[in-house]
Ligand binder design. Structure first.
Ligand code: IFM
Length: 402
């Protein structure tokens, strides 16, 4: 198995594209009567059935990498019971990628976990690292010979970011999440229901132990694989004391763990400006994205350079993109972000690849289907995929370099 010298990819995640991920913890949060999800994920993009089409889209753009995730709740629907059929399903996806010269970049945990795991307290349970490592080991046994890059967790630092940015007790979204998790616990007949991405991040040491244990489990089966985790890394600018405080809280524990990894996954969508009181909202004059964030594609360069310097590890850009209803904004964003990446690569920052988020317009968690991150539009009734002009822009940049 030889890996491309530089990965040019597009990314998706199981729950956001597969559809009917009914045994996942977040599916239940979408269904509880007090849900604050704008819509349930439902059929998503029906990638459960249409994954060959998705791989064809990746190939059609001339890319050499596809980042996707396995869904733990399908592979281990009950604690300790593993589904060979679902392992085969994901192995078929990876094999189909390889057959088309596409390197699979595999995420083990992209926000979702099995319901039984959440109802057992998630990362609050002492057994969680061993459970996650056992799952990683089973996936490695089936897929290890097909996969060269493994991401254990997707953006595990989000709860810490959220906690630093907002005062949890004053945050109505925080209260509604706590209420939804209480309802989900009741629905499962448990006294707890813990979903990391919607948590306060209290069980961080156990989650990081899970990361390390999963890396060990994967490498025991496939020693040459490159293993890391993907972190949400906005460019952080402003008051130096606030910047340092933010990093201590939302990045440093993860970066310390990542120093033993093969790479660090960087996921950048722009920048945060901080002053002594916290996040400074963008001025009314600046261009915004569909998610009302500042349009700032050039943040990718400094974000990548910071992580490489802080860890001494190479960076894989596992996500970079923009929510844009107007695709011309995405078509401007992509060359500007890649130019910023080029600039830091030119200064010697080690970068293994770039994966655009996302291949498809998909389920954007609590925002439902209201945000378009895709290089391809997806008709919500027929699931037909249509390339947007920005997909051609990205394909042309890649074609010029490969
Ligand atoms: O859709 C998400 C993805 O699941 C994780 N990173 C950010 C994306 C856009 O919000």
């Amino acid at each position: 198995m030889s890996e491309p010298a530089f990965l040019w990819g597009a990314a998706t995640a199981g729950h956001q594209v597969e559809g009917n991920n009914t045994n996942a913890d977040i599916w239940l949060l979408e269904q509880v009567p007090d849900t604050t999800f704008a819509a349930p994920s439902g059929d998503a993009c029906d990638s459960l059935n249409r994954w060959p089409e998705d791989i064809a889209l990746v190939a059609g753009l001339g890319l050499n990498a596809y980042r996707f995730s396995v869904e733990w709740s399908r592979i281990e629907p009950a604690e300790g019971q593993f589904s060979l059929a679902w392992l085969d399903h994901y192995a078929r996806i990876a094999a189909a990628c390889r057959a088309r010269g596409i390197a699979p970049v595999l995420t083990l945990s992209h926000f979702t976990s099995p319901r039984w795991f959440a109802a057992a307290g998630g990362w609050g349970n002492d057994a969680a690292p061993a459970w996650f490592a056992r799952f990683a080991g089973r996936v490695a046994q089936r897929m290890g010979r097909l996969v060269g890059h493994v991401v254990t967790f997707n953006e595990p630092n989000l709860p810490l970011m959220g906690r630093w940015i907002a005062t949890p007790i004053a945050d109505p979204a925080r209260r509604s999440l706590d209420a939804m998790m209480a309802t989900a616990a009741w629905a499962c007949g448990s006294d707890r229901f813990a979903v990391w991405v919607y948590s306060r991040g209290d069980d961080l040491p156990r989650l990081l132990a899970g990361h390390r244990a999963a890396r060990v489990a994967w490498k025991a089966v496939a020693p040459t694989a490159l293993v890391g985790m993907s972190l949400a890394i906005p460019e952080i600018v402003g008051d130096p004391r606030a910047v340092a405080a933010y990093r201590r809280h939302a990045e440093d524990p993860f970066l310390a763990a990542a120093r033993d990894d093969d790479f660090v996954g960087v996921q950048n969508y722009g920048r945060l400006v901080l002053d002594a009181k916290g996040v400074v909202p963008p001025s009314p004059a600046v261009e915004r994205t569909q998610s009302r964030d500042e349009y700032h594609p050039q943040s990718l360069g400094p974000a990548v350079a910071h992580i490489a310097a802080a860890t001494g590890r190479p960076v894989l850009v596992t996500e970079n993109g923009i929510a844009a209803a107007d695709d011309t904004q995405r078509a401007r964003f992509i060359p500007a972000a890649i130019a910023a990446l080029d600039a830091v690569r030119g200064q010697g920052v080690p970068v293994l690849g770039y994966c655009h988020w996302s291949l498809l317009d998909n389920f954007e968690w609590r925002r439902g289907y209201t945000q378009q991150f895709g290089l391809h539009a997806v008709d919500r009734r027929t699931f037909r995929r249509t390339a947007k002009p920005s997909a051609r822009v990205y394909a042309q940049i890649v074609a010029a370099r490969r």
